[in-house]
Design a protein around this ligand. Structure first.
Ligand code: 4AD
Ligand code: MG
Length: 482
């Protein structure tokens, strides 16, 4: 007898008729002492198990409750029920684990609609819900697509360290890593904590980005990417920020900014297309959910398109590319700016763009993904290549509808003297980054790269509204329960 996943069996459909099969899963519902809806997480759809209760002892029947886990041996038969070709007529049922209805009553396993907030409170049980399981399967497909894309395009996958001594983004939003006894910290003459006595003999932190190490690898391997967890202690409690998130960072020797943007656009479209092709059931389910959610929203917040249309729209349109300077002009003249509707009004060139501005450009003005480039050097990281105007750098951000920034990247400053000048300006110690500077000493080359926040991509593709709902165990300020 063959063991099938429910997805496998359902996709076999009528070809499986009369076959004797074994199915494992959790009970979603049990109706009329006769029909069990069983799900094993392999896909959105349940398989219907039909039992003749005369053939089973009451003890077994009593244990078939919502959330309990079963192994069913049975025969595949044609189903008379709507929406399913086949069902399984059970011959024997083994109960792996019983779930008491009183306990289930208290949880999100109870088969009814629960809020996403409630789901978050039971993160350990979320995987059993239709919505979260769909999101996780889409996330899985996107992660696979990311590896596939880079693998087929000649990139070498490398793993950059999680514990580092550097602050790649220079924003100081780091979690310290130490094995000091925090109640008894050793001090130096100046009265500061003496990290020379710490585990690594220096101050270390969780990485905010693998880029700097990624650059060193690209300077030998040509085209690389890293894909791992990154950590930011920024205290921004928003629906787009996590303290622990997954970032994909390709880095390419000999690429200029245009090539970098071309790659980012092609890469994003590949991943979205992959999800559209491989996650049909889940995306249809999420699409319905998205449509339901839109109905509850006030008119001005309603999306013009449903989820599937939004995905298709991104796939079939070329991203608009424009300079920061052009964007500022548009924003200055925009209605919300004139009418004082922006929380951060745009007054002059040099202003840092907030999510409200990014979303205005994408959702209202251009109505398509936008790539902004050539930002003021003052608002960007030290490693970006300085333009001849001496005030902008070769940075680029990809902005998506409903999300804002999904990718941030740049052409890197490959000229040693310019890079050192910039570091001095920002008080970045050359001695700390001697190994990074070395890449500019031994055959420096123009090169570029970018970072994509995996969760922001999953947010976009699944149409979810909060980043906490697209990662299994979200880490945010005051929240690390599971
Ligand atoms: O723009 P960021 O900060 O760029 C870098 O870290 C560069 N070193 C990347 C590179 O050039 N190799 O972050 C890149 C992306 C953002 O566009 C966003 O998608 C995501 O990472 N991101 C976050 N996602 C979730 N929570 C946060 N707190 C995030 N911060 C950034
Ligand atoms: Mg950024």
């Amino acid at each position: 007898m063959k063991v099938y996943s429910i997805k496998e069996l359902l996709s076999k459909g009528k070809d499986a008729l009369q076959e004797e099969v074994i199915i494992n899963g959790w009970v979603r519902s049990f109706r009329s002492n006769q029909f069990i809806a069983l799900n094993d997480g392999s896909g959105q759809n349940n398989v219907q198990i039909v039992i003749d209760y005369n053939n089973f002892d009451t003890d077994t029947l009593k244990q078939i409750t919502t959330a309990s886990s079963l192994r069913v041996e049975g025969i595949v038969a044609e189903s008379k029920g709507a929406g399913q070709d086949i069902e399984v007529i059970a011959k024997t049922i083994k109960i792996y684990g019983y779930a008491h209805p009183d306990d289930v009553q208290e949880t999100i396993l109870q088969p009814k609609k629960h809020s996403l907030e409630k789901l978050r409170e039971q993160a350990h049980l979320r995987f059993r819900t239709n919505t979260f399981a769909a999101v996780m399967r889409v996330r899985n497909a996107l992660s696979f697509a990311i590896h596939q894309y880079f693998n087929t395009n000649g990139f070498c996958y490398i793993n950059t360290p999680i514990i580092t001594g550097s602050d790649a983004e220079g924003a100081g939003e780091m979690f310290t890593v130490t094995n000091f006894n925090l109640d008894n910290l050793p001090k130096n003459e100046k009265g500061h904590t003496d990290f020379t006595q710490d585990f690594f003999g220096k101050k270390t932190n969780l990485t905010v980005s693998g880029q700097l190490e990624g650059e060193t690898a690209a300077m030998g391997l040509g085209k690389i990417y890293t894909f791992g967890p990154t950590f930011r202690a920024e205290n921004s409690n928003t629906s787009r920020h996590l303290a622990e998130f997954w970032m994909v960072e390709p880095e390419m020797a000999f690429y200029d900014l245009e090539q970098n943007i071309d790659l980012a656009e092609d890469f994003l479209k590949y991943c979205i297309q992959y999800a559209v092709d491989h996650c049909k059931d889940d995306l249809e389910f999420l699409n319905k959910r998205f449509e339901e959610e839109q109905k509850q929203k006030p008119k001005e917040e309603k999306s013009e398109h449903n989820l599937l249309e939004k995905l298709d729209f991104v796939l079939s349109n070329k991203f608009v590319r424009l300079s920061y300077t052009e964007a500022i002009e548009i924003l200055k003249k925009s209605k919300p700016n004139q009418k004082g509707k922006f929380k951060y009004p745009i007054e002059e060139w040099g202003a840092d763009l907030q999510s409200e501005h990014e979303r205005y450009l994408v959702e209202k003005h251009f109505k398509t993904p936008v790539v902004l480039f050539d930002y003021p050097s003052k608002i960007k990281a030290f490693y970006m290549r300085l333009n001849d105007d001496n005030k902008t750098v070769r940075a680029m951000d990809v902005l998506f509808p409903g999300i804002g920034e999904i990718i941030g990247g740049s052409q890197r400053e490959e000229r040693m003297d310019v890079l050192k000048m910039k570091m001095e300006e920002l008080n970045i110690d050359e001695k700390e980054l001697w190994w990074y500077l070395d890449t500019r000493k031994f055959g420096t080359v123009p090169h570029s790269g970018f970072g994509l926040g995996l969760e922001r991509l999953v947010l976009f593709v699944t149409g979810m509204g909060n980043i906490r709902d697209v990662i299994a165990f979200p880490r945010t300020p005051n929240s690390a329960e599971f």
